[in-house]
Design a protein around this ligand. Structure first.
Ligand code: SAM
Length: 401
């Protein structure tokens, strides 16, 4: 599947689609939040000026080399989320997140009550509360260019991480309710079997066995991000692409086995994916795969890590580029040129400006990072599962000269 667009919605990601930003609260989309708008003295013209100023400041800081994402930002934000989760969630509270300028910025967080939602199970109109705070990661493009949000809806862009509300319902619960963990394990076994016969696996074996890459890279863990819902994605389906998640998880464990055999010592297998069900987790743990609760997986990425991600709904590549220089990455191929869109250039059929970037868009920093890596494009015949994905192997200094 190609990288998802940030705004067009994702078949596998109703959960992310449910995310509501504080900006949308301020935009007045949620009539139940008029109080908030008034309290914040909503004035579109002055907010637009603030937005434009902050976009320019972000660009300046970025060009000076300031990171968009730091470990401290993630840890500090997680601490505040954990505090909210540990008690009765407040209906509204103000958090402070660390910005690119190193200063703390206000982050309004509110419990959103959705009225008139239709329950898929009963067809009845229900009201439900979306009260799980989650981190949102904003790529450099969304912080510096006016895209689908009118600038005044997002006046302060200095914070690449914000805390927003997320629905608690897992989009796969209904579809997966009769699938047991044992069935997931069996379905995934057959994906692993199928994966062992792919061109992709042949190529990976050649890369990691070749030129003593593996011992030199000294990989001690593989961390996968957003590999999809394993329960639904490992069941037999008519269309091969429906087993994408099973095949991507198969790649992760097959490669871990290979590296472990080569190194003669353990290679940790870790995955971060908010839409796992208990059945996914059980099958994963039974095969020795650890589950990193969002967003702890990012904190584990270091020089001895191999990162795997395909079309994630967060800008994994931009986060990793700021946090580490991993031993290798298997992720969407990085286009050599920045894709630039001028305002208004991407319009939908209703004439609305839409978000032109993918959720895991590359950036100048991602391009700089991969300059120190050898790129191997995965074979086209396995595009159903690994569309436009490439393997990046870190070159050592002597190889670069
Ligand atoms: C477009 S889907 C891609 C799924 C799969 N990799 C594929 O190629 O079909 C994006 C995935 O990113 C996941 N995701 C969203 N937020 C995430 C986060 N904070 N950490 C890891 N994965 C996340 C979603 O749950 C979803 O499964």
């Amino acid at each position: 599947m190609p990288p998802a667009s940030s705004s067009t919605g994702h078949a596998n990601d109703a959960m992310d689609g449910e995310r509501l930003s504080n900006e949308s609260i301020l935009s007045g989309e949620w009539s139940s939040n008029e109080d908030i708008l008034n309290e914040y003295g909503y004035d579109p013209a002055s907010m637009k000026r603030r937005a434009e100023k902050s976009m320019a400041r972000v660009r300046e800081l970025y060009d000076e080399g300031k990171p968009l994402f730091t470990r401290e930002m993630i840890e500090d934000t997680q601490r505040q989320i954990d505090e909210i989760k540990s008690g009765e969630p407040p209906s509204m509270t103000t958090l402070s997140v660390i910005g690119m300028d190193g200063k703390r910025h206000e982050n309004l967080w509110a419990t959103i009550v959705h009225d008139n939602e239709v329950s898929a199970e009963t067809d009845l109109l229900v009201a439900y509360t979306s009260d799980v705070p989650v981190m949102s990661f904003h790529h450099i493009q969304s912080l510096t260019e006016p895209t689908s949000d009118e600038p005044e809806h997002w006046p302060n862009r200095l914070t690449p991480i914000t805390v927003n509300s997320c629905s608690r319902s897992n989009p796969y619960s209904e579809e997966a309710k009769d699938i047991t963990a044992a069935q997931v394990a069996a379905g995934w076994d057959s994906c692993i079997e199928d994966f062992s016969r792919t061109e992709t696996w042949r190529m990976l074996q050649a890369i990691f066995n070749g030129a003593s890459a593996a011992p030199r890279l000294d990989i001690d863990k593989i961390v996968g991000f957003g590999l999809g819902n394993l329960t639904v994605g490992s069941m037999p389906h008519e269309d091969p692409w429906e087993r994408t998640s099973g095949m991507q998880h198969a790649l992760l464990v097959s490669l871990a086995d290979l590296l472990e055999k080569q190194a003669g010592r353990p290679v940790r297998r870790i995955v971060q994916e908010p839409i796992y069900l208990d059945t996914c987790k059980e099958a994963l743990r039974a095969r020795g795969v650890e589950i990193a609760e969002p967003e702890t997986g990012f904190l584990l990425v270091d020089e001895r890590t191999l990162v795997i991600t395909v079309s994630c709904n967060v800008p994994v590549r931009q986060i990793v580029a700021d946090l580490a220089r991993p031993a290798g990455m298997i992720w969407n191929r990085v286009e050599p040129e920045e894709r630039r869109f001028s305002r208004g250039s991407v319009i939908d059929e209703d004439g609305e400006l839409i978000e032109p970037y993918t959720t895991d868009e590359a950036s100048s920093r991602v391009r700089d990072l991969v300059k120190g890596y050898t790129e191997h494009q995965l074979p086209e015949e396995d595009d159903e599962w690994f569309n436009d994905v490439a393997v990046y192997i870190r070159q050592e200094m002597e190889e670069l000269v």
